[in-house]
Design a protein around this ligand. Structure first.
Ligand SMILES: Cc1cc2nc3c(=O)[nH]c(=O)nc-3n(C[C@H](O)[C@H](O)[C@H](O)COP(=O)(O)OP(=O)(O)OC[C@H]3O[C@@H](n4cnc5c(N)ncnc54)[C@H](O)[C@@H]3O)c2cc1C
Length: 380
């Protein structure tokens, strides 16, 4: 049977991984992006991403995470760059904090290796964190740090090697159903496809067929703090961390650039934007001051004033779980969007699922919680 022509709209990490899986399974792939692979205007850039397996977001992700881990290694085997460094992962907070309980619960329920360190042991092993006497640290050894820009590029190279046509700087302006497939217009050129995969990240609602989806664009801001002892903050000594401390909540990444560790302060919020085009290129001074205060209190080995700040956009759904499946109300269309600030680590398995949906009309992976038809209410 001839393999279908598939257009993938958007080659952030999700579209790139989907293009890879589709192409290696024989589909004729056209992969469009408005910008360059690994660009910094959307959700798939900023030096590092967390991979973890004991997942506070729910046990239904664990089989997906295990498969994602295997696929990261497979993709990495075809590159010269380490994409995933298994430095381990800490969740640090009060023993009864909901996120600490959720991580422990997920690890126990799924028989995942983990250690629960009391405050004294955690301080001895990880002096990079200030930890109070009533806190614990849950160590997930099946966690690590991913490199987003090389990862997107590796997936697109693998897709191209398998025959995909990768088209950066090709914003898709219009899509029309033709009865048997789709006509795609980009910069005045027309392209025909049997099936469209929509992977536009936070730009979803700019595309007419996705306009009704409950995707909210939000800004996530990352701050880099210079480490006083560079060696002590590299991935061989500092795991990724989810830190919960009274009013402060942040994720923390080991030093990869020779200068600074990265912190994403969750407690300062992920404000909504009208459109990814409205993303400010830096943070307000009060944001920087508040992030500095948290670093000063909880990360004793850094100079607590950011040497670098980066702003990024991701698409969020009302329940913080992605939309992944056939696009409601349309034929020959798959939607993959709304990864809600935690999609990167899972991208290789989501790409595999995207290819399953296009080529086989279904998947063995359990993705019921990501069904685009589930009941979701969009705010105003
Ligand atoms: C700062 C930050 C930190 C995060 N941390 C983590 C983490 O530690 N671990 C984790 O697992 N996840 C994390 N996430 C979430 C994860 O990075 C995202 O969920 C994921 O990258 C989403 O990828 P995407 O491909 O859907 O979106 P994007 O990367 O934004 O890609 C969408 C692409 O579509 C293109 N596009 C859109 N419209 C069009 C069009 N009309 N024509 C052509 N191209 C178009 C865009 O140019 C873009 O390249 C984080 C996200 C952010 C922003």
């Amino acid at each position: 049977m001839p393999q279908p022509h598939v257009a993938v709209i958007g080659t952030g990490v999700i579209g790139a991984m989907t293009a890879w899986h589709l192409a290696r399974r024989g589909a004729a792939v056209l992969a469009f992006d408005a910008y360059s692979p690994g660009h910094d205007r959307g959700a798939s850039a900023g030096e590092s991403r967390i991979f973890r397996t004991a997942y506070k977001e729910g046990s239904n992700y664990v089989p997906l995470l295990c498969q994602a881990g295997r696929l990261w290694r497979e993709l990495e085997a075809g590159t010269t760059t380490e994409l995933l460094t298994m430095c381990g992962g800490l969740t640090i907070g009060a023993a009864d904090h909901p996120d600490v309980l959720a991580v422990r619960g997920c690890a126990e329920e799924n028989g995942l290796d983990h250690e629960v360190l009391d405050a004294e042991t955690a301080r001895r092993r990880f002096p990079q964190h200030r930890i109070d006497d009533d806190e614990v640290a849950v160590l997930d050894p099946a966690a690590g740090v991913l490199r987003p820009e090389p990862a997107v590029q590796a997936a697109l190279r693998a897709a191209a090697d398998a025959g995909a046509a990768v088209l950066p700087h090709h914003p898709v302006d219009e899509l029309a159903e033709t009865g048997t497939g789709w006509r795609i217009t980009s910069g005045g050129e027309h392209f025909d496809a049997d099936h469209v995969v929509f992977a536009p990240g936070p730009w979803a609602r700019r595309l007419e067929p996705l306009r009704q989806l409950p995707i909210e664009v939000r800004m996530i801001t990352a701050c880099w703090f210079a480490a006083r002892d560079i060696a002590a903050h590299g991935p061989d000594r500092l795991p990724i961390a989810i830190r919960r401390h009274r009013e402060a909540a942040f994720s923390c990444f080991p030093l990869l650039d020779g200068v600074a560790i990265k912190m994403v302060p969750h407690h300062l919020g992920f404000p909504a934007l009208d459109d990814p085009g409205a993303l400010p290129r830096s943070a307000a001074p009060e944001f920087a001051r508040a992030a500095s205060e948290a670093a000063d209190r909880l990360l004793p080995g850094v100079t607590p004033h950011p040497v670098r700040i980066g702003t990024f956009a991701d698409g969020f759904t009302p329940d913080d779980h992605a939309l992944l499946g056939p696009l409601p109300g349309r034929r020959n269309a798959t939607v993959m969007t709304g990864f809600s600030g935690h999609g990167f680590k899972l991208a290789p398995v989501f790409g595999e699922i995207g290819a399953d949906l296009v080529l086989r009309g279904g998947t063995e992976h359990d993705i019921a919680h990501l069904d685009p038809n589930r009941e979701l209410v969009r705010d105003a």
